[in-house]
Design a protein. Structure first.
Length: 422
């Protein structure tokens, strides 16, 4: 009998509990909180009504709802209470906060300084609250450790956020934002990046301005729930009870999105060397693929990709792989097709240049190119007005400057004429 963990889908994990062909497979309802850290999990098995003690004396967080989960954490709505005057730096007018509980393994990584989420959040929170980009970054209210039968879990208490920006985008006509809304989002992201890059050395979430009374009334009308208990003796000696993820709506968000406020959240990347790959694949900059010593310009590249995605509802770089070509081969091909040839000086500084390019600067494994400008790519989406294509494409091209040393900064892009009307 063995336990083999296999990816299942976005909302669950498939667990093979028998070595036999066709053996039993257990599909978890959500994050497998019952699996041990030794298997690479160790989620906090929180339940509704659990009381977590804050780091500061007299602070308590009562778990009232599950907001969601990811690969290394679960996020909960908690009712904050304090019985001590020493917590004056915590909000007195906000009794509902979000608590992100990390897995045991990630907690150990933070404590051994292999992950920089805690360092990042503390630096972002404390560096310069007066910077205009500060309000577009998720700040830390309190951090503390709670313990489950798996071990210790680092917890971050923050303000309560609304949905992920991509979830909001999927609710829009053509699964895309209008030009004014896209400009508003991108300007706020750039303000956040300006703060992060200049002052502090991209999950984007929707921020919500909401009173405790509104949240309390919503919880009364939409109570938190759990899945039916599951029994799997080979995995867990007691019934498995999983709390259902029930994100909060975007309270007070105007249907036109004219009052949309976004924040950068989730600074949980592992501490990575400049030789390592980072970024979501579809937002990945060329220097990351080619082994160039990347830095803050990779965020600007991501912004360019996001502009196209927000306006069209689709990714700019359509990728695939086959036995003869890798995903990175096709990614580089698309960059050349949509932006142009890579500067020879930039390629000369890339450690992986020879892995992808020949001496003439041509791709090894891709011989046929089908050039199509970004404007031409946008024109394929009929809901994008012809008058809006050229100005937007010009802005995107600035963001997608191949050589990172020539790519504009967040501060420079904030002065771009495309954003001046925001």
């Amino acid at each position: 009998m063995s336990t083999e963990i296999k990816p299942f889908d976005e909302s669950s994990i498939s667990i093979k509990i028998s070595d036999e062909v066709g053996g039993d497979v257990f599909h978890s309802d959500e994050e497998p909180h019952f699996l041990k850290p030794e298997l690479g999990f160790g989620f906090n098995p929180l339940m509704l009504g659990d009381q977590l003690k804050g780091r500061k004396r007299g602070t308590t967080y009562e778990i009232v709802r599950k907001l969601g989960f990811g690969g290394t954490s679960s996020v909960w709505l908690a009712k904050f209470s304090s019985y001590s005057y020493i917590v004056s730096d915590l909000p007195t007018d906000k009794h509902f906060l979000s608590v992100k509980a990390l897995t045991v393994n990630i907690t150990a990584g933070i404590l051994y300084e292999k992950y920089w989420e805690l360092l990042s959040m503390e630096r972002i929170t404390n560096t310069n609250p007066d910077h205009p980009g500060y309000q577009h970054c998720l700040a830390l209210r309190e951090r503390f450790i709670c313990t489950s039968y798996h071990g210790p879990h680092m917890c971050f208490a923050t303000e309560v956020l609304g949905s992920h920006i991509h979830s909001l985008q999927r609710t829009q006509s053509n699964r895309a934002f209008t030009v004014p809304v896209t400009k508003r989002i991108i300007r706020q992201i750039l303000l956040a990046l300006e703060y992060l890059h200049s002052e502090c050395g991209l999950n984007v979430m929707v921020a919500i301005e909401v009173s405790d009374t509104t949240i309390r009334d919503y919880l009364d009308e939409n109570p938190a729930t759990t899945y039916e208990p599951r029994v799997a003796p080979d995995l867990c000696p007691y019934p498995i009870i999983t709390v259902r993820s029930q994100p909060l709506p975007n309270f007070g968000l105007d249907p036109t999105l004219r009052n949309l406020l976004v924040k950068l959240a989730d600074y949980g990347e592992k501490k990575i060397d400049v030789e390592d790959e980072c970024q979501p694949v579809l937002l990945r900059a060329p220097e990351v693929i080619l082994g160039y010593d990347w830095s803050t310009p990779i965020d600007i590249w991501s912004v360019g990709c996001l502009v196209f995605e927000h306006l069209t509802g689709a990714a700019l770089f359509q990728l695939y792989e086959s036995p003869s070509v890798t995903l990175s081969d096709i990614h580089l091909r698309r960059m050349i097709e949509h932006i142009g040839d890579f500067p020879s000086g930039f390629l000369a500084r890339c450690r992986k240049r020879d892995e992808y390019f020949d001496e003439q600067g041509k791709l090894h494994r891709v011989t046929t190119l089908f050039p199509r400008t970004i404007a031409e790519c946008m024109a394929r989406y009929k809901h994008v007005s012809a008058d809006d294509i050229a100005p937007a494409a010009k802005f995107i091209l600035r963001c997608l400057t191949i050589d990172p040393s020539a790519r504009p900064s967040a501060s420079e892009l904030l002065q771009d004429e495309w954003l001046c009307e925001v």
